[in-house]
Design a binder for this molecule. Sequence first.
Ligand SMILES: Nc1ncnc2c1ncn2[C@@H]1O[C@H](COP(=O)(O)OP(=O)(O)OP(=O)(O)O)[C@@H](O)[C@H]1O
Length: 332
Amino acid sequence: MTLHPSIAAVRVPVRRTLAAPEARGGGTGDGRGTVAVACSGGADSLALASATVFEGHKLGLRVVGVTVDHGLQPGSAEQADRVVAQLAAMGVDETLTARVEVDAASGLGPEAAARKARYAVLEQVAEHLRAGLVLLGHTLDDQAETVLLGLTRGSGGRSLQGMRPAFGVFARPLLGVRRADTVTACLVEGLEAWEDPHNSDPGYTRVRVRDRVLPVLETELGPGIAEALARTADQLREDTALLDDLTDRALAHARRDGGLDVATLREEPPAIRHRALHRAALDAGSPASELTRDHVLAVDQLLVGWRGQKWIDLPGPLRAIRRDGLLVVEAP
Ligand SMILES: Nc1ncnc2c1ncn2[C@@H]1O[C@H](COP(=O)(O)OP(=O)(O)OP(=O)(O)O)[C@@H](O)[C@H]1O
């Protein structure tokens, strides 16, 4: 019997992820490695969970399904119970519901606060289970949307590199898989996906990108646009890793007497110098959300094309000061 192409599209990258040595993690008492799969009940994570059970068991792994109840909407506990029942029916070895308190006073919006709480609790669950990996169901479409959203922020390569395929204990095996394939895989397997009402609320920029912007781009520029955006993110992630590395070295080289040596930093090409200045301001405590490229370029003027100005004000509030051949970022 041949496998349905959408099921194969989901299983192949999951198999690759689970075959990596880190999937085995600390292991359980019976010597099996454990992998956790974070499941919201949406098509992406249901298809992921099903593929993880199939491929994980073939590899001798214990598969634990985890759903997080943020308690934000009425009926969230029942929704979590439904997901647990679906996971159990798929044949996971264990299911867990993690209930989290979303910090409404954190200053983050409710979505961002829920996300922060979710990642924190998933990390704790991974530790508790001694799981090698926690799988997340983000798809290629999520990646394309993230890149477009990054583009609108205009903050360069860093915001265009999209989501990382792996970080800490987390892995996103479906970043190369179209969302439509996860929907079809669920239909073929008889899995009933739940659609988060937020996912169709045009009040969210991401929803407008998904429902209005990407379809227009696909019609006008060709059906490969989402893949092209995701590929761009992959390339930029590589480039950014290299630039970060060069920036680390430039900073290490320039550091002396509690500041950065102006003459040494001036030798660096603009891409590295600007990154180094951005990093120096962040390290001194300038908030990332307020520190702009204009701030960085203004500080750069203290190094290159200097006209005797002594300092630049930065968010924090902080000052970048040129003093005795050194650049120092400190509170005024
Ligand atoms: N309530 C939840 N319980 C368990 N896992 C979840 C939950 N919500 C999301 N996830 C995991 O995160 C993946 C992405 O979900 P979604 O796109 O809804 O996240 P998001 O709200 O955009 O936040 P982020 O992309 O930062 O995770 C899902 O496929 C699933 O693996």
